[in-house]
Design a binder for this molecule. Structure first.
Ligand code: KG4
Ligand code: ZN
Length: 372
């Protein structure tokens, strides 16, 4: 709970770029006083993916309850908010517009500075947030002047260098994002959206929950590209073909029933679990391969890894081992802040505020695609 001792400015963050309606309150030290994320999964589930029009409507419907809960959990009133931030893009324009318009209106009504934050700027600094501790939240860790950023989400897979807040892209995926191929392969197996966590959980069962020697990429190739880019569509095609091959051998691949709970893996054919473990191994091996190449060229310094797919258990283990072996300081986003959330948006705004930046609430615009 906030009390008078929380340093100013209190930051209200709003994130509505896709299918999560999120609101958070941070204090001036980057302490997360509250972070509320309302998932729209149930509304989109019948369609097997996110329906933009439904997302916008759901944001409008959810906002009053989500914002009220964020303020209540933080123990602050509207008048105590000192800074307002909302995501400006990239994302679904209709969905972005809801949060951005709310943010501008709130900033104007309160007479407070406003920040229109790039979604990836939010992910990039999210590894420095501390996991929530309701009774005694910790300040965010200082963000180093320079760090290497790796964002792995459903829409982006890219490597960046960040220097004093200035972001330069080293390389990004030339086709699908990492989370996206987990979703597509899972969808082919009739797992519900978002399929990434299910695929990870079933692969984890094949790898003995991380206690047995983990699968290698097996039948799947690990993409090797020049430069620092990524490519996941080849792996996706290979995985879809491998599923077909299993079906041709009479293996059951409809995993709809395996979606619930942790016991679901018991009902899945071992061949399918094995396939998912090899698929996951190949995806993670590509990420490590790209880091290996980058590290051969320059010291990585601090490596900050974020985004929804940074929740992947194999990735977290392998990254930990890889960084420890090379003396790279790894900052892995806390699991609660890996997926989309508003704490990361408020945090990015606080960092911008400390650098003396501010946006004009009248001219800030939402955009589906914007460079960093
Ligand atoms: O960052 P995020 O919440 O939204 C975007 O900005 O895209 O990332 C969502 C993506 C989805 O594709 C989801 O399936 C994937 O992250 N994801 C995972 C895992 N958890 C979420 N992918 C692989 N393994 C996971 N454990
Ligand atoms: Zn995201």
């Amino acid at each position: 709970m906030a009390d008078a001792s929380h340093p100013a400015p209190l930051v209200l963050g709003i994130e509505t770029s896709c299918d999560d309606t999120a609101c958070a309150v941070l204090d001036g030290d980057g302490r997360v006083l509250s972070s509320v994320v309302s998932s729209q999964l149930a509304a989109h589930r019948p369609y097997g993916g996110v329906v933009p029009e439904i997302a916008s409507r759901e944001h409008l419907r959810n906002w009053p309850a989500v914002s009220a809960e964020a303020l209540e959990r933080a123990g602050v009133g509207w008048g105590e908010i000192g800074l307002v931030a909302a995501t400006r893009g990239p994302g679904l324009v209709g969905a972005l517009l809801v949060g951005l318009s709310l943010g501008k209106a709130i900033a104007y009504a309160l007479g407070r500075p406003f920040h229109a934050v790039h979604h990836l700027e939010g992910h990039l600094s999210s590894p420095f947030l501390r996991p929530p501790a309701p009774a005694d939240p910790a300040p965010a860790d200082p963000v180093p002047q320079r760090f290497t950023g790796l964002v792995l989400s459903g829409g982006h897979t890219a490597l960046y260098t960040v220097d004093g807040g200035a972001v330069a892209t080293l390389g990004e995926t030339r086709d699908d994002a990492m989370g996206e191929v987990f979703d597509k392969v899972g969808k082919r197996l009739r797992l519900p959206y978002p399929q990434g966590p299910h695929v990870d959980r079933l692969a984890e069962a094949a790898d003995g929950e991380g206690t047995a020697p983990a699968a290698g990429p097996g039948r799947f190739g690990v993409a090797a590209l020049p430069g620092h880019g990524f490519s996941f569509s080849g792996l996706k095609s290979q995985a879809l073909k491998a599923i077909e091959a299993l079906e041709a051998h009479g293996v059951a691949t409809d995993l709809e029933a395996a979606a619930d709970g942790d016991g679901g893996a018991a009902a899945v054919a071992p061949e399918v679990l094995r396939l998912l473990a090899e698929f996951r191994a190949a995806a993670v091996a590509q990420v490590l391969g790209r880091l290996e190449r980058l590290a051969a060229e320059r010291p990585l310094g601090v490596l900050a890894v974020s985004g929804g797919a940074a929740a992947n258990r194999r990735l977290r283990r392998d990254l930990g081992a890889w960084c420890a072996a090379r003396g790279v300081e790894l900052r892995l986003v806390p699991l609660v802040y890996s997926g989309d959330n508003a704490a990361m948006i408020a945090h990015a705004a606080l960092l911008r505020h400390r650098r003396g930046l501010v946006d004009d609430p009248f001219s800030a615009e939402a955009a589906s695609r914007i460079p960093l």
